[in-house]
Write a protein that binds this ligand. Sequence first.
Ligand SMILES: [Cu+2]
Length: 152
Amino acid sequence: MKTLASTTIALVLLTVAPPVLASGDAVVIEGAWSRASIGTSRPGVAYMRLQNTGDALVTVTGLRTDLAMMPMIHTSTTDAQGVNRMSHLEQVEIAAGETVALEPGGLHVMLMDLQRPMIEGESFTLSLILADGEEITVEVPIRSMAARGPAD
Ligand SMILES: [Cu+2]
């Protein structure tokens, strides 16, 4: 009864293993998208939702992609005069069970120093580096220059 034996072992492992997900496995990335660029002189942008399905805080401390020399997380704010400003965030914390949205007008991935144009219909690989050294990689589709969301 090989099958029964395997099932028993699996159940034992499930019981013994602590219900802690590795930080990289705990984060689910949904709805990633970006916009096509005109050449490479201006930075590119990318958006996504980061869902922490685990039971511990996850901190994103950096980004990596071969598309851009300096990918970083920016936040957008509008001051009292209605002027939009972007600032670089050193890290983004995602509380257990929470979702952090990177979307137009708020948090976003800024792709500084593009190495090639972002072409509609193509995609690129982006890795999120976590505080514990784990990385999560996502394939980001490139939408049109006028896109306002992942379905455009
Ligand atoms: Cu920015």
